[in-house]
Design a protein around this ligand. Structure first.
Ligand code: ADP
Ligand code: MG
Length: 396
């Protein structure tokens, strides 16, 4: 990676600002999934072990009003972090001011403080989310070095990432950021070939940028999920009651033309009369009759996709093959996961929140080389866009 990382700077005795991604789900004051906190540990440990005074912060959820603050404090995150590290982590319930500055002044080398949700600054004008320069400058003034490890927000230009960095404070990537860029960036820009992209999920409209970019980069693009039927419609195939985006049919047509035989559509679908796990399912090759909706790719498609995947050296997967949340329509996604899991020496990557959730819930998470932690940010990387949070990190 051409960006400086936490390993390229001297941390000893330095006040080290660490923008982490602690945007975890919280219910009734308890964290329901601490994956993101765990993903931040390598950087936090490294800073602490190298004698840095770690000042950690993150956003959590959206905060627009005073009432929104309820349940959005980083206090439970600081507690959980203390448990995971088995050490004292000080929490300061402020985003600025004397208390925070005191706590930072009191830090000994290797000690850790967490301050409050950066989006608490969004209540009177979106200071954090609109990258108010005064706020970025203030936060930058609290430290000597800035470590940006929040890949999940790298596609946003906020005060807590771009704002701090643009003051000129030395800015480096944390390990999570580094890993994300390395895997997704490499897979897209410099893949081992053949590279196969698998794109699914609900809508074409969410994935236009990804499809367009990957048509250029991949050797094959396998389409599944709800977006299949917009492509079917573009080919003049009957789709029954399947989901379709009428206003994207022309775009689908031009993508089919542009991609030629790179683009592989499902040859069969598992359907039902209703969007429900409690009604009978049918399987149709090609056209879907009136009254039925396509909710998963069918067994012949799974076989087809598996055959194509056999030779792949790079696999990028974004978007489930069907409504995997319902067991009747999970087989396509499971089948594709199995095909990917059996690959011996391929780099296999998942970008996309629901695809990651699918791999987790279906038990395949450990079979992938890399599962991105950033939904939106990984999508934008797959689209080939420059991420402002990443661009603001110093080059090597
Ligand atoms: P990701 O978060 O990985 O980018 P998306 O958000 O694009 O994925 O899509 C995930 C959703 O798409 C899932 O909730 C899934 O139920 C839905 N989906 C997949 N196939 C279909 C289909 N044939 N019809 C309707 N919804 C579908
Ligand atoms: Mg999604």
């Amino acid at each position: 990676m051409a960006k400086k990382t936490v390993e390229d700077v001297d941390l000893k005795g330095k006040k080290v600002l660490v923008r982490a991604d602690f945007n975890v789900p919280v219910k009734d004051g308890a964290i329901t999934d601490d994956t993101r906190i765990k993903a931040a540990l390598p950087t936090i440990k490294y800073v602490s072990q190298h004698g840095g005074k770690a000042i950690l912060f993150s956003h959590l959820g959206r905060v627009k009003t005073e009432e929104d603050k309820e349940g959005k404090s980083l206090a439970p995150v600081a507690d959980r972090l203390g448990e995971l590290l088995d050490r004292n982590v000080t929490f300061v319930p402020e985003t600025r001011g004397e208390k925070l500055e005191q706590a930072i002044d009191n830090l000994q080398n290797g000690e850790i403080v967490v301050f409050e949700n950066t989006r608490f600054e969004d209540i009177e004008g979106k200071k954090e989310s609109k990258n108010d320069p005064e706020l970025g400058k203030y936060w930058a003034s609290l430290g000597d070095v800035f470590v940006n490890d929040a890949f999940g927000t790298a596609h946003r230009s906020h005060a807590s990432n771009v704002g701090i960095a643009s003051t000129g404070i030395p800015t480096v990537a944390g390990f999570l950021m580094e890993k994300e860029i390395e895997f997704i960036g490499e897979a897209v820009d410099n893949p081992k070939r053949p590279m196969v992209a698998i794109l699914g999920g609900a809508k074409v409209s969410d994935k236009i940028g990804v499809i367009e970019n990957l048509i250029e980069k991949a050797d094959k693009i396998l389409i599944g999920g709800g977006m299949t039927y917009t492509f079917y419609k573009a080919k003049g195939e009957d789709i029954g009651n399947s989901m379709v985006e009428e206003d994207k049919v022309d775009l689908a047509k031009s993508l089919i033309e542009k991609a030629g035989d790179k683009l592989v559509l499902p040859v069969d679908s598992v359907t039902a009369k209703e969007f429900s796990n409690d009604v009978a399912t049918e399987t149709y090759e090609g056209a879907i009759p009136e009254g039925q909706m396509g909710l998963d790719i069918g067994p012949k498609t799974v076989e087809n996709f598996s055959n194509i995947l056999k030779d792949a050296k790079t696999v990028v997967w974004n978007g489930p093959m069907g409504v995997f949340e319902m067991s009747n329509f999970a087989k396509g996604t499971i089948g594709v996961c199995e095909a990917i899991a059996s690959l011996q020496d391929a780099t296999t990557i998942i970008g996309g929140g629901d695809s990651a959730a699918a791999a987790e819930s279906l038990g395949f998470a450990d079979k992938f080389t890399h599962i991105s932690t950033g939904g939106g940010a990984s999508l934008e990387l797959l689209e080939g866009k420059a991420l402002p949070g990443l661009a603001a990190i110093n080059d090597k």
